[in-house]
Design a protein around this ligand. Sequence first.
Ligand SMILES: [Zn+2]
Length: 634
Amino acid sequence: MADSVAEAMAKLQLDPETGEMVSKGELKKRMQKRARKAAKVTAKDSQPPRAETKATEKKPASKAADSTLDPDAMFKQGFLSDVYNLRPAPKVRTRFPPEPNGYLHLGHAKAIAINFGFARYHGGETMLRFDDTNPDAEEEKYFHAIEDIVRWLGFTPHQITYSSDNFQRLYDLAEKMIQIGRAYVCHCTEADLKLQRGGEDGKSPRFRCAHADQDVETNLTKFRDMQAGKYEPQTAFLRMKQSILESGNPQMWDIVAYRIPKNRTPHIRTGTKWHIYPSYDFAHCLCDSFEGITHSLCTTEFITARESYEWLNKTLGVYEPMQREYGRLNITGTVMSKRALKELVERGHVRGWDDPRLYTLIAIRRRGVPPGAILSFINELGVTTSLSLIQIARFEQSVRRYLETSVPRLMLVLDPIRVVIQDLGEFEGQDVELALSPKKPEFGSYKAKITSTVYIDRSDFREVTSKDFFRLSPGQNVGLLNMPHPIKALSFSKDPTTGQVTEIQAALVRDAPKPKAFIHWVPEGSRKVTVRVHHALFKSENPSAAEGGYLADLNPNSETIYPDALVNSGFEEVRRRAPWPQAEGEKAGAGPEGVRFQAMRVAYFAMDSDSTEDSIVLNRIVALKEDSKKEAEK
Ligand SMILES: [Zn+2]
């Protein structure tokens, strides 16, 4: 009996419109009915061409949903394949060079996936290089957080290096630049520099300041004095002697090579040894060169910097890596800037830098998004030279697709109502064996008890029966998932003060025809959990441009808490065998967020880091279908 029930249940499908579990036949019937209705509406619509465009727009999305994309697709074709062919090095070596001055966000995941993935695909290796050249902005905690996220995404750095490892070597090369007449110490102000670079509108003739004419000895003495601490910040800096007069590229207008940081904060790794620090433009290409990087991949903001990158390595006669630029990934509907995130955290609008409503990688991780889902999202987008401006909904769609086949299924009731089933008879106390995934038998199963008291979701009961409602209502039969027979509501009682239904009396209907719909339930004795369902943190697609700024654009209902949710016994099994899935970056030990599952008919969930042994907190990772606008703003 139990087996045939399980078999029948495995065949049920989710009706995305009503959220009910129904048979294949019933779903087909419903879809046809809706299609007929939609066709009627279209026929009434006097703009048929518009409807046509809509239909064709939808096609690629459903196609993408069906096909499983080659996980290496982004390296096999398009931009990254072209980059490799420009320089088909036998031993590819790339680098990921973050500045340790903040938490990485979803945009950085693209840089990680590209740099580490490109090398891995070509059998090469990747350096994780901390670009620690600006002690005023850098903090110890970011070194750890960044490395942790890289490993969580499933990548292993060949070596962890620091730009600061090269401070002496960089300094020596700066002196060499002076000696060959290619650098000079300048004392000009910001305003002077602007004038030299063509003035306010950039249209006046460019010129060099008098400092450019200093002889080598003077420049050397001044540069050594800078390092000896004899100059105040911003009173002296080393400039490269490029081609400010001839070149149209601002990156060639005698840009800064060395500066004295404003606050003179001691460096995390070199303390007070250095009074001067190399600029990004000076340090980056040289560190790439020192480390033997073959392909230096960065975002398109650095296209103009490619010229100075190549110029400096050539001028110094060192090994020359190849820089190429891809379009960055931006997510709309959120804020990513460090300043904005800091304000949200400090004003208490979110629970911290890792709040699941944010798009830092630590937040996405806490929310329960598996690392593999992030990589497959980036792979799906592909890599080109244009900016990817992506809506949150598209990211979530990709995550949902990834979770569908990679996590087990359980039953969880968000807002429970007690249902007392009379005459349960021989089923009372019986164990049913439930599959953790109807599609993946290898996931195994767990045992759940049938009890005469069960809990269903408040939204699955109506006090008055109506034609279009197929769930529980007085006199109406409804199937309980994995239960041998449907139930029928007989009566219900209400709390006289709140007017809320507190208990439903029901009966098992042994001779009923197959019910139209099935709902989820949990037995008596199920674990109580707190569920946090997050919605968009902002109301608009571009919070920073909102009237009154992003704080004025905050969605006041971005978090709904269900303090009395109940999850069935399969949760213990899912927890014991976490992480789901067993992905590269989480094998060695995932946090609570590795406990992921689909709550049938509800959403995908993961355990939150606020959980304790006795008090489990779950985050919604994503809904089962795209949030309707209404729900998102709830
Ligand atoms: Zn000057």
